[in-house]
Ligand binder design. Structure first.
Ligand SMILES: [Zn+2]
Length: 171
């Protein structure tokens, strides 16, 4: 493991390239500000990375060699999500667990989720969900409601697995 080769901005804000849509969604759920555009030209992407002071995550070695992106990108080595998360954990000290203080972001919009009261949520979710859960979060942009359901458990399980493999894996 190299000694912190990167000096990412603080607090971390990312721009995930078009090949990293899945990773972008997970970083948002983990609370990290992550911009992502499915369709974007290299020039637009570079412009936004610089203007918004973001750290580029890319699978594209060609893009990474651009001079203006020097010292503000990480080339993601792996094709699979767990491998990608492990690399970010190792290289950029990304925490692979949800953190109430960091908050949560909408997987679709990157907006910071806000709490929504149980009364307000009743008309918005299936009755069994309203009955079973107490804590709900909502996206201020797309109004999607999130709660710690089965999807959440699956997420936490996969993050725990990624953390363990990292601890056990070669350094
Ligand atoms: Zn949203």
């Amino acid at each position: 493991m190299p000694d912190s080769p990167f000096q990412p901005p603080s607090p971390l804000a990312f721009f995930a390239d078009a090949m990293l849509g899945r990773l972008a969604r997970w970083l948002r759920i983990l609370g990290y500000d992550t911009a992502y555009e499915k369709v974007i030209t290299d020039e637009e992407l570079i412009d936004r990375v610089l203007r918004e002071n973001r750290w580029l995550l890319t699978r594209d070695g060609h893009l990474a060699r651009r001079k203006v992106l020097r010292a503000r990108h990480t080339v993601i080595a792996s094709d699979d999500l767990e491998g990608q998360l492990r690399q970010l954990h190792r290289d950029l000290i990304i925490e692979l667990e949800v953190n109430h203080q960091r908050g949560y972001r909408c997987a679709d919009c990157n907006a910071v989720l806000t709490s929504i009261s149980h009364d307000e949520v009743i008309p918005l979710v299936p009755p069994f969900v309203a009955q079973q859960y107490r804590e709900f979060l909502q996206c201020p942009r797309c109004h999607r409601v999130f709660w710690p359901g089965t999807h959440w458990q699956d997420l936490l399980g996969r993050l725990a697995a990624a953390r363990e493999e990292d601890a056990a894996g070669p350094r």
